[in-house]
Design a protein. Structure first.
Lengths: 372, 276, 272
């Protein structure tokens, strides 16, 4: 294996009828890493997974597994296994037989099968569930069985297609931790698909942000959050104020009618850029120390902090702060140089606007639509 | 899905496609072919023009079919409603009770009615003992329609019952809750929601009634020849396949038209219902 | 559910009486000691003995069973495969036209189906110069033809209910596509397949109209034999036959019901 790369996707394109689902996608996956494909529905993340699993033949491009091109190799001959969105447990088989399925296909001896099944059930904390009927299990338990079934055949790579999507929030958090533990204990590669950015950031070694069949950014979770490559990534991951700005010179930029120190360089002087400022990185200061001033238009209590919307020259910013500021008050804002992130203009520039129409309810609604 | 694999899976349908082409489509083409040729295989329109002599049995078949279907609907609808609203155990027993007669041989069932209705038959014998009658029942148009209703009634009950069980019972309660009385609930809620069952019930009763050929011979005594009887005669008695084919063709077209009208009616009602 | 009220009970009773009156009459008269099909004179089982002595009826019974078994199995095989294939097809002209043709034998009047197939067989027969082409094989073909749509009708919804990922999961775990179908998809659509088989079997067993047109004197089924007997004055041994059929059907239905209930209980128990 070159450079510890287990799977290498080269210029993969997939289209259904006339719509392009993946366009010239290239990426590699290192052995034993936890990599997450993150993006809104229809971004091509599940399609990428299906290409790796072999359920889908790409129109062009190469799928390379351990330096060998595996295009055309059918799913049952690939050393990757999948956890399906709704588990796809076999309803006519009990827990034991579900986990033993892949082993029986391999024609293993019964004693060996029994040993592995027991081991797997222990791994997913469901000891003694062997004879249970699949339909008699809760969603979380079914999820664990699906994991046990896939891991029983000792895959090199495990593909997980929104595996926690059907679970409630509490269970979801527990399973996130558990999945991460299993991955580290067994030392196998996990390729994880989700549209939940929090899940992606908390579990992964590497996050691949996708949209419109293209990769927007690949990086460690911290990098993707702190240094988004374009407005899409900045908007999709976390909350962000995305502003039109101009690079004056290295380490100096202007936006919202003021000039700021920043840590970015290498832009042409006078280049139009997108500027990202995370809501938690804005400090509220007295008016005389302020770099920007604005009027509070709404305040929402969020438990650990207040979320306030501030109108600065007609652009509504979101700011997270522990200090309460009443609606209508004029406040001063201070932004440290390391809180400012400069991005090159992209096709996503100007798409996301400000927080003038923002409400939690809308956010929630759009989540529901996405899940469908 | 792998395209190759998907193709292989689609190939599974090929035996059926070949079979249907040879034994469903070709036979229908044969009907057309025979209808427009004579015994020697030469083209002719004689069979078609001769059809005009048989307008009466055509109309009679249609009329009997419509009457039998309406009677079935009137009997079946309340019955299906009662069954659907009874206890689960009663429901399954009732469904079996409705189904059993369907499994009895259709000829024997019809024949049994013949012995029941005869002038010296079972009913008249019993009535005679208590001093009423005898009534002349056999060989009347009523007897033929009774035969149709009897034979095809279960086909009306079962589909209506099925949609009624699938209907959300809360809807009825909601309608009551909103102030609708029993009649309004049935008219505005139950009936529209069970329309699909009614339509399939009507289809399942009307088609065999219109095209039947045994019932009228046994219960109508030959004086109410239906179109099915005439087709049967062409094939089994007078050996005039060509004219028989022409009659079958017209019967098929007639039923297709009826079904189209039915569906149009059903759709229009549905569309209207949604609009309100 | 609510308890039935008296008018409802009465209504149900009247309809059931209507449905069962002829059947009970047949059964009662089958024990008639006299040679009458309408007046009961005394109890006897002589018509049952007569029935089992009648060679032609027994042959017809054998023929009917042979035909029902062979044609229902064939129709189930073709129909199940067809469902799998059609299910995979994308919505469009091809799929909808295949479905329309599939439904023709269900929608068309039976007499037209019978006549059309007879014409085909006779045409082929005269083309090949075979006399008396109508027999077992023509009946077999006709029965398979009208059973296939019922098999598809039963299997298709089961396929729709089956999680599309099941077959993929099996392949993922090392099965070839064919093996995945047999090990995973088939078990989950099996209830539909069996329902289709049973339905085909009973339809074949009971069919008269289509059989009437595509059968010849060499191979008679029970319904056709009954038809030829009812053409003349029927003797009570036909009643005996219908009584036996009634009891057999009743027992079969009760067995199926008990079997289903056990199955449900098992499932319910597992859920608890």
């Amino acid at each position: 294996m070159k450079n510890n790369v287990i799977i290498d996707l080269k210029n993969i394109s997939v289209s259904f009828k006339d719509t392009k689902v993946l366009e010239n996608l290239s990426m590699y996956i290192r052995d034993k890493e936890f990599i997450t494909l993150l993006g809104p529905s229809g971004c091509g993340k599940t399609t990428t997974l299906r290409v790796i699993a072999g359920f889908l033949e790409p129109d062009s491009g190469e799928v390379i597994f351990e330096d060998k091109v595996i295009n055309g190799v059918p799913p049952h001959k690939r050393q990757v296994n999948t956890i399906f969105q709704r588990y796809a447990l076999f309803p006519h088989l009990n827990v034991y037989e579900n986990i033993a399925f892949g082993l029986r296909v391999k024609k293993m001896k019964e004693a060996e099968i029994k040993e592995i099944v027991t081991e797997m059930l222990e791994l997913v904390n469901l000891k003694g569930f062997e004879r249970r009927n699949i339909n008699a299990l809760s969603g979380g338990q079914q999820q664990r069985i699906a994991i046990a079934r896939a891991l029983a055949v000792k895959p090199r790579v495990l593909l997980l297609d929104e595996p926690l999507g059907a679970l409630d929030l509490k269970l979801r958090k527990d399973m996130q931790v558990e999945l991460k533990n299993i991955q580290q204990r067994l030392g196998i590669t996990f390729i994880y698909v989700t549209h939940d950015q929090e899940e992606a950031l908390s579990m992964s070694d590497t996050v691949v942000v996708m949209d419109g069949g293209e990769i927007q950014q690949i990086g460690r979770p911290e990098d993707v959050y702190n240094e988004p490559k374009n407005a899409f990534v900045a908007d999709f991951i976390g909350e962000s104020n995305i502003l039109d700005g101009k690079m004056l010179e290295d380490y100096k930029c202007s936006f919202s009618g003021a000039t700021f120190q920043c840590l970015d360089k290498g832009f042409a002087s006078g280049e139009q850029v997108d500027v990202v400022v995370r809501p938690e990185d804005v400090d509220i200061v007295s008016l005389d120390k302020a770099m920007l001033t604005g009027t509070v238009t709404s305040v929402t209590f969020k438990g650990v902090h207040f979320e306030i919307i501030v109108d600065i020259g007609g652009f509504k910013w979101m700011i997270q702060t522990t200090d309460y500021e009443p609606v209508g008050k004029e406040i001063g804002l201070f932004i440290e140089p390391d809180a400012i992130h400069i991005m090159k203009k992209s096709k996503y520039s100007g798409l996301y606007g400000d927080y003038s129409s923002f409400s939690d309810e809308l956010e929630h609604l759009s989540d529901i639509v996405e899940e469908e | 899905m792998n395209k190759k694999q998907a193709f292989k899976q689609k190939l599974c349908a090929s035996p059926h496609i070949v079979w249907s082409a040879i034994f469903v489509v070709v036979p229908l083409i044969m009907v057309l072919y025979y209808a427009i040729t004579d015994r020697t295989g030469a083209f002719t329109t004689d069979n078609i023009t001769r059809l005009s002599d048989y307008v009466t049995p055509f109309l009679r078949s249609l009329w009997f079919g419509i009457v039998a279907t309406i009677i079935c609907l009137i009997i079946a609808y309340p019955l299906a409603y009662i069954i659907a609203h009874s206890k689960a155990k009663v429901q399954s027993t009732m469904v079996i009770l409705v189904m059993i007669p369907m499994w009895m041989n259709f000829l024997l069932r019809t024949y049994a009615w013949m012995t029941l209705l005869e002038d010296s038959g079972v009913i008249n014998t019993i009535l005679g003992k208590i001093g009423i009658g005898p009534f002349h029942m056999i060989n009347t148009s009523g007897a033929v329609i009774l035969g149709m209703v009897y034979n095809f009634l279960p086909y009306m009950i079962l589909p209506i019952y099925t949609v009624m069980t699938k209907m959300d019972k809360n809807l009825v309660e909601a309608a009551h809750d909103l102030g609708a009385n029993k009649f309004r609930v049935i008219k505005d809620v139950v009936f529209p929601l069970t329309r699909s069952g009614v339509i399939s019930g009507i289809t399942m009763v009307f088609v065999p009634s219109v095209s039947t050929f045994y019932i009228s011979q046994k219960l109508g005594g030959g004086s109410f020849a239906l179109i099915g009887d005439i087709i049967e005669m062409q094939f089994q008695v007078s050996n005039n396949f060509n004219f028989g084919a022409a009659l079958s063709l017209v019967l098929m077209i007639l039923i297709l038209i009826c079904m189209a009208v039915m569906n149009r009616f059903g759709d229009a009602e549905k569309a209207g219902g949604v609009g309100v | 559910m609510t308890k039935m009220k008296l008018p409802s009970k009465l209504y149900v009773a009247i309809v059931l009486l209507f449905l069962y009156l002829p059947i009970f009459m047949l059964i009662v008269l089958s024990f008639n000691s006299a040679n009458s099909t309408s007046v009961m004179q005394g109890f006897s089982i002589k018509w049952y003995i007569e029935l089992f002595r009648d060679e032609a009826t027994l042959t017809a019974l054998y023929n009917t069973l042979l035909l029902a078994v062979t044609s229902s199995i064939t129709a189930t095989a073709i129909g199940t495969l067809a469902s799998v294939g059609i299910f995979k097809m994308k919505k469009g002209v091809v799929k909808s036209s295949i479905m329309s043709v599939t439904n023709i034998p269900m929608m068309n009047p039976e007499i037209v189906t019978g006549v059309s197939m007879m014409l085909l067989f006779v045409f082929i027969g005269s083309f090949l110069g075979i006399n008396g082409v109508l027999g077992f094989w023509t009946l077999f073909i006709a029965h398979v033809t009208f059973c296939i749509p019922y098999v598809i009708l039963n299997v298709m919804p089961k396929l729709r209910q089956t999680d599309a990922h099941l077959a993929e999961a099996a392949q993922d775990l090392g099965c070839t596509p064919a093996k995945a179908f047999i090990k995973v998809v088939l078990p989950s659509i099996l209830p539909g397949v069996i329902a289709g088989l049973i339905m085909s079997f009973t339809l074949s067993l009971d069919d008269f109209i289509i059989s009437y047109f595509v059968s010849g004197p060499k191979f008679q089924t029970l319904p056709i034999r009954i038809f030829s007997m009812t053409k003349k004055r029927v003797t009570p041994d036909m009643y005996a036959l219908s009584a036996i059929m009634f009891v057999v059907i009743l027992v079969l239905l009760i067995l199926v019901n008990v079997f289903q209930k056990n199955d449900e209980d098992k499932k319910g128990g597992a859920r608890r």
